[in-house]
Design a protein around this ligand. Structure first.
Ligand SMILES: N[C@@H](CCC(=O)N[C@@H](CS)C(=O)NCC(=O)O)C(=O)O
Length: 203
């Protein structure tokens, strides 16, 4: 059985959405997403930095963190070739480019906006830091909009797990960038966020 430790609206949306798309059975244990709970030794034994999500797959005696790595594990192990191009092809390289971009380039500055507000509330807030992270997040959203052009999905006609990883980052951008999403990305976001799998993963 696959179990996710998760909190609403956080990066666990990615692997849960993937399970919904592929019809993989899973269960979710919601954790208390407070600094106090995340600092407990009990939670740190499961998640060394106190973060979510965490995936446990009892069938393979596996415990892991990093949401995009979970998505890749689940399609490699249970996806039967679906939702990713064939390994070793240029298409797979571009697919991986977007997976990495989604978390390490796009979600990162937006996550830092959230972290900054939490760690430096009120007068301790450093406006230049927040502005720079907003600018970086916005540049990423524009880059995705440019790459999408008039394609349906990031790799073309076919929906892939890279759309799931990017989709979560776009959800963050929509929520935390002061000017919201650039026009160029809105039809893509509409297409992703209206998928039944996304709706089930976020409700
Ligand atoms: N790169 C990690 C990031 C995990 C992460 O930052 N999770 C957030 C929630 S979406 C969290 O637990 N934040 C609390 C913290 O950073 O202390 C992943 O993709 O799983």
């Amino acid at each position: 059985m696959i179990r996710f430790y998760h909190a609403p609206g956080t990066r666990g949306v990615r692997p849960i959405w993937l399970c919904e798309e592929l019809g993989i059975d899973y269960e979710v244990e919601m954790i208390e997403f407070t600094q106090e709970f995340r600092a407990t030794p009990e939670w740190r034994r499961i998640s060394p930095l106190g973060k979510v999500p965490v995936l446990v797959d009892t069938a393979n005696d596996l415990l892991m963190y990093e949401s995009c790595a979970m998505v890749q594990y689940l399609i490699d192990c249970y996806g039967e070739g679906q939702l990713q191009p064939m390994l070793g092809t240029p298409e797979h390289a571009i697919y991986q480019q977007w997976n990495w971009f989604a978390e390490s380039t796009f979600a990162r500055p937006i996550g830092e906006i959230v972290n900054h507000s939490r760690e430096f509330p009120g007068e301790k807030r450093i406006p230049a830091v927040v502005a720079e992270m907003q600018n970086r997040g916005e540049q990423c959203a524009i880059a995705v909009g440019d790459a999408i052009g008039d394609k349906a999905f990031i790799l073309g006609d076919d929906f892939s797990a890279a759309d799931i990883n990017l989709g979560y980052s776009i959800m963050l951008a929509d929520r935390f960038l002061p000017n919201g999403l650039p026009e160029s990305i809105k039809p893509y976001w509409q297409r992703l966020s209206s998928r039944p799998g996304f709706i089930r993963a976020t409700s």
